[in-house]
Write a protein that binds this ligand. Structure first.
Ligand code: REY
Length: 412
């Protein structure tokens, strides 16, 4: 069963947004779509969102949920279980592990350090962390845009999903341990030459934060982001293994099939500043709205964050920020996250006024990952268009859209 609520900030809000809906515009593949303010978007399609969640459940997710914050109007839908043992239903206020959505938080801290004159994007990482990396040409910008060529050690760590997970569930790694795992392999490309998503980049980013501030990333996230934005459901508790407070349990399917593994409790030490934040749908929406509205960095650094490296024909990667181009000609900005038992999508409009966070409490399930991506279509594009042209656009987009984490292994 899907439970859903829509809270209206203004009685006329939903009517006005649908009246102002802009016609879909075709744009060249791989380019940012025309900037569309939240007020010009079609109204979120609650029936479409509901269908997406039920499809995710049919594909094996124990639970799925989505929260849309649309300029004061809130849409909340959830389906299935937070806890398969007690049968407690998932709710949109349950906490969860956000995985690589953490990378955007890490990027914000770095860009604030740039604003403070303590860090330069085009300076060699080795000038801040002498001797750390094997090539002095790797810059801070290369890390943040996944163009360093640093090998992603998680390819090997999680080649076998459940055994790989159980081997690190309770481990505590230093950042240096993780960098050493990466450096056991050659660079995947010359610095700057190609986009290649790698957790190693944001582990080094965590080292930079600690070196330049003299504080833990936990303290920096708290002081610079969690406290100012009043993100009271957001935390970074590495290496504690529990999620404090009411939360969605995470469920990991083994590669060979069989019973789901409860993966809720883990240190997430394998990811740290690349993926260990715990949060909620409301807090992630608040975070991305504030970021795109310019409340967390200078306008200059927000512009740097949105210098896009092409990922594929419908996605770009900026600095710790993803762009996805939707079928209705709207681009949205945010990040995806995969950590064992949790798939997250958190994206916002260009002006930050419509934000969407969706979660399924499973992972290692490509069907669920693809399905949950469709929450963005329903939330930002509204009801699907029914013309033949619109139908063919959607079909092409769905074929081309894939998640690019795990380029080397089938991680999704
Ligand atoms: C690691 C494996 C995924 C996930 C990853 N996540 O790098 C970062 C991100 C933080 O980008 C795991 N897959 C799963 C496997 C595949 O183990 N053999 O799906 O839970 O979010």
């Amino acid at each position: 069963m899907v439970s859903g609520t829509v809270g209206m900030g203004t009685a006329l809000g939903a009517v006005l947004v649908s009246l102002l809906a802009a016609p879909a515009q075709a744009a060249p593949a791989g380019t940012e779509q025309a900037s569309v303010a939240a007020g010009e978007l079609a109204a979120p399609d609650d029936a479409g969102l509901r269908e997406v969640l039920l499809t995710a459940l049919a594909q094996g997710a124990p639970g799925a949920m989505v929260r849309v914050d649309d300029n004061g109007t809130v849409h909340r839908l959830s389906a299935g279980d937070a806890d398969r043992v007690t049968g407690r239903a998932l709710t949109t206020s349950d906490l969860f592990r956000v995985g690589s959505v953490s990378k955007t938080f890490t990027a914000v801290v770095l860009l604030q350090l740039v604003d403070e004159g303590k860090l330069k994007l085009d300076t060699s990482v080795n000038s801040y962390l002498p001797g750390l990396l094997p090539d002095d040409r790797i810059t801070v910008r290369h890390l943040m845009s996944h163009r360093s060529g640093l090998y992603d050690y998680t390819n090997d760590m999680f080649a076998q999903t459940v055994p790989g997970f159980e081997a690190v569930r309770n481990k505590v790694f230093s950042y240096q341990d993780l960098v050493n795992l990466s450096l056991a392999k050659p660079l995947t490309n010359a610095p700057g030459a190609a986009y290649s998503y790698s957790n190693t980049n944001f582990v080094v980013a965590g080292m930079l934060i600690e070196k330049l501030t003299g504080q833990s990333v936990a303290a920096e996230y708290q002081q610079r982001i969690f406290t100012p934005l009043n993100l009271t459901s957001t935390s970074y508790v590495h290496p504690n293994t529990a999620i404090a407070g009411r939360h969605a349990n995470g469920y990991l399917p083994p590669d060979e099939g069989g019973a789901l593994v409860d993966s809720t409790e883990q240190t997430v030490s394998w990811a740290q500043s690349a993926g260990a934040i715990i949060s909620s749908t409301l807090d992630l929406n608040t975070f991305f709205s504030a970021l795109l509205a310019g409340q967390l960095t200078s306008a200059a650094q927000l512009a740097q964050m949105q210098q896009w490296t092409p990922v594929n024909s419908t996605q770009g990667y900026g600095l710790g920020l993803r762009r996805r181009d939707l079928s209705c000609g709207v681009s949205v900005y945010g990040h995806t996250g995969t950590v064992q038992g949790y798939y997250t999508y958190a994206f916002t409009s260009k002006d930050g006024k419509r934000s969407v966070t969706a979660l399924a409490n499973t992972s290692n399930n490509a069907n669920v990952l693809t399905t949950m991506g469709r929450t963005l279509e329903s939330a930002f594009c509204g009801k699907p268009q029914t013309t033949a042209a619109a139908r063919s656009t959607v079909a092409v987009e769905q074929v081309e859209r894939y998640e690019d984490i795990a380029p080397d292994i089938a991680r999704d």
